[in-house]
Write a protein that binds this ligand. Sequence first.
Ligand code: ATP
Length: 255
Amino acid sequence: MSDEFFSARDIAMHFGGIRAVESVSFDVQRGEVFSIIGPNGAGKTTIFNMISRIYTPTAGTLNFDGQDITRIAPHRIARLGIARTFQNIELFTNATLLQNLLIGRHSHSTAPLLSQLAFLPSVRRAEVDHRKRAEEVIEFLDLQRYRDQLIANLPYGVRKVVELGRALCSQPKLLLLDEPSSGLNTEETEGMAFWIEDIKKDLSVTIIMVEHDMKLVAAVSDRVMALNQGRILAMGSSAEVQGHPDVVRAYIGGE
Ligand code: ATP
């Protein structure tokens, strides 16, 4: 099995004169939690947007599971096994938790088409499989008691876990977590750390996480990369990176 599960080589993203990301290279090994930290504007979200193909890198290459994904169509990303959560939760508030997990499966473009083709046995079988998967995810994340409640009626901390569930329904090999602790209190953030550990260990999902909460980063990360102004400052264990003089300086300077 290749160790090079995911790699970014010299990736850059320029917006006119703004160099949001410049010459960034990193590898993520299968099964690890790899965290990206850095002050505001460091380029973390831009990297996620390149991996999920919202942006096409100005330069460099991205490889995932033996395939060059730098320029593939965005809708193929999910099918290849990459899922993502968003810092600002993207759930349908007037639908139930279960409905959100079922909707989450289809890209916006394929959902209407599939509903018209629902009479086909293969489409029906796929729907049944997905429903089973959604129920398994609900059980895995201990969300049974909220299953039929509207998202609008759920506490924010629970919605963050549902957002995780939505991403897990596609059975990803690589999960991109965008600030999983944002908006959570200390206790909820500790709970999130347990879910991340469980997803890694029990579901064998590799995780790249963008996160500001250093306690969460230290608790779950195998390796950490610190960015500042679009460039890598340090890479290594959480303790090495957080103690690195350039990282300390960037955070103090960024306040
Ligand atoms: P935060 O922690 O605040 O979310 P970040 O590390 O995720 O910050 P990015 O959102 O990646 O930082 O932004 C990096 C830089 O790129 C910033 O200067 C930002 O203003 C700029 N940038 C990001 N997206 C665009 C865009 N679509 N057009 C122009 N500039 C952009």
